[in-house]
Each structure stands twice: as structure tokens, then as C-alpha cells.
Design a protein around this ligand. Structure first.
Ligand code: SF4
Ligand code: SF4
Ligand code: SF4
Length: 256
């Protein structure tokens, strides 16, 4: 059965134990930024109003990062984690452009940069253990388990605690479903989570568009939408690179 992580932001006390456990488990640098995802961290705890929340890879059920990678450096495992193979990564950054959640980060400062992101503790999961961030969480705000069971647990909370939650289970259906699902007491938009992603897996959308290319009238809108989305992502990534260069006083940099 496919595994998942349930994040219940109403239970999060902002202790950042998950960040620390993740950094230790994966031997990440000890000087990551604490206000955003970066190649030095796999998850970050943020705050909006009185609520804490986490950002991390959503481990999409049908991940577009996997389908766009030309060298199969990313893979969706049968357990649920979307993992990557740094030795295969050629630094093209297609996954960065394609990811609807803006998750993969690039090692701009390294001489041979690759992509970095949460891998859902795939080795622990393969051994039957929970992820390090779930294991360490003192309030069960981060919980690991079977995806279907976690969805049932999450949806029961709407009835058990009326008024406590925004009655929307984020990740149940977004882009075909994700292996990180979220409960919140405030609207997801307020934390920067996109509500316009739809329920179709993006790789499926791509193939649908490709297969219908002769029928230009039927597919033109989707295709133009897709092109505009990719251009928008390219601009965001260029801005990210530009602000990184300004922060570090570099010229144009990063790619191989
Ligand atoms: S959130 Fe982005 S990086 Fe993570 S699996 Fe989905 S498409 Fe890939
Ligand atoms: S699932 Fe593992 S890799 Fe991902 S944020 Fe949690 S501890 Fe880090
Ligand atoms: S360990 Fe749990 S309670 Fe602490 S910041 Fe992370 S999710 Fe929140």
C-alpha cells in the first residue's frame, strides 16, 4: 500500500524538530535558511498568523518532475516517495520548471550542481520505518502511514472538530493526488498553496495535449495555457537565480 504523510497544521507548535531531524537524517548543511526552501534543506517550518505550517516535496502520485527528466534522475517508488539520483542529474533544471509546487532547488554554489529536494526518507520507508520528521514530531502534526488510511483519519477530523478546520484536504486530489496531504485551520491560499492546480495529473495532461495536437481547435486553449505556465515558471526561476546572484555578488551562474 502506498505510504503518505499527513500534515495537520492545527497541531503544529513550530518547534522545528522536523527540520532538525531531517537535516540529521540526510546529513544536510547546518546553515540552511529558515524562511524558505533551499538546496540546503528538505523542509521548512513557516508561520502565517497564529498557524505554523511546513513546506516540502508533495510526492505527487503521478509526478511531472519524473516525466520531464530526460535522464531518469527522478523516480516515483511503489512505496510513495519520489526520489532522485544525484549521479544521474545533469543539471538541466526541467524538474524545477515543471514542478507545480516549486520544490526542487538547485545547488547554485556548487561547482557541479545538482537538484535537491525531500526524498521522503525512502530508505527508512523501505525498511518499514516512518519518516524522520514524523518520528520526531511531538504533537503528531506530522504523521506517516498508508495514504488511504491517513485520508480517512483526516476527513473524520472535519466531523469530529467542527469549525476547527478549513474543510478541504489539500493533496487528496491536487494534480491527481499527492503523497503529502494537509489539514489547516486557515485557507491554504494564505500560506501560498495554489488552489488552481486542478485534479488531473500534469503528465497525463501533457500526453493528452500531445495526442490531440492535430485537433488544434480542441486543444489550443490547454496548449496555450501550458506554454504560458512554463514561460511563467521560467521567469520565476530566472528571478530566483537573479536574486541569488545579487545576494552573493555573482555574475550569471549556476548551470553546467
Ligand atoms: S512536488 Fe514537485 S518535486 Fe515533488 S513530486 Fe511533485 S512535481 Fe516532483
Ligand atoms: S520526509 Fe524525510 S526527507 Fe522529507 S522532510 Fe521529512 S525527514 Fe526530510
Ligand atoms: S516537529 Fe511537528 S510540531 Fe514541531 S515544527 Fe515540525 S510539524 Fe510542527
Amino acid at each position: 500500500m502506498s505510504k503518505a504523510i499527513l500534515l495537520d497544521f492545527t497541531k503544529c507548535i513550530g518547534c522545528r524538530a522536523c527540520e532538525k531531524a531531517c537535516a540529521e537524517e540526510h546529513r544536510l548543511p547546518d546553515d540552511p535558511p529558515t524562511d524558505k526552501l533551499n538546496y540546503k534543506n528538505y523542509t521548512v517550518v513557516l508561520q502565517r498568523g497564529n498557524q505554523y505550517f511546513r513546506k516540502m516535496c508533495m510526492h505527487c502520485q503521478t509526478p511531472v518532475c519524473v516525466s520531464v527528466c530526460p535522464v531518469a534522475a527522478l523516480e516515483k517508488t511503489s512505496d510513495g516517495p519520489v526520489i532522485y539520483y544525484p549521479d544521474k542529474c545533469m543539471g538541466c533544471r526541467y524538474c524545477m520548471m515543471a514542478c507545480p509546487f516549486q520544490i526542487p532547488k538547485y545547488e547554485w554554489e556548487k561547482p557541479v550542481p545538482v537538484i535537491r529536494k525531500c526524498i521522503m526518507c525512502n530508505k527508512r520507508v523501505a525498511e518499514g520505518l516512518e519518516t524522520a520528521c514524523a518520528w520526531v514530531c511531538p504533537t503528531a502534526a506530522t504523521r506517516f502511514g498508508d495514504r488511504e488510511k491517513l485520508i480517512q483519519i483526516a476527513e473524520r477530523r472535519f466531523a469530529t472538530f467542527p469549525g476547527k478546520y478549513v474543510e478541504y484536504l489539500y493533496g487528496k486530489n491536487e494534480v491527481g493526488g499527492t503523497s503529502v496531504i494537509m489539514l489547516s485551520g486557515i485557507p491554504f491560499e494564505e500560506m501560498g498553496f495554489r488552489m488552481d492546480l486542478g485534479t488531473t495529473a500534469l503528465p497525463e495532461l501533457t500526453w493528452t495535449v500531445m495526442s490531440k495536437i492535430p485537433n488544434v481547435v480542441m486543444t489550443g486553449g490547454i496548449l496555450l495555457g501550458g506554454i504560458s505556465w512554463i514561460i511563467h515558471r521560467r521567469m520565476q526561476i530566472d528571478q530566483e537565480a537573479h536574486s541569488h546572484d545579487k545576494d552573493h555578488g555573482n555574475g550569471k551562474g549556476g548551470g553546467k
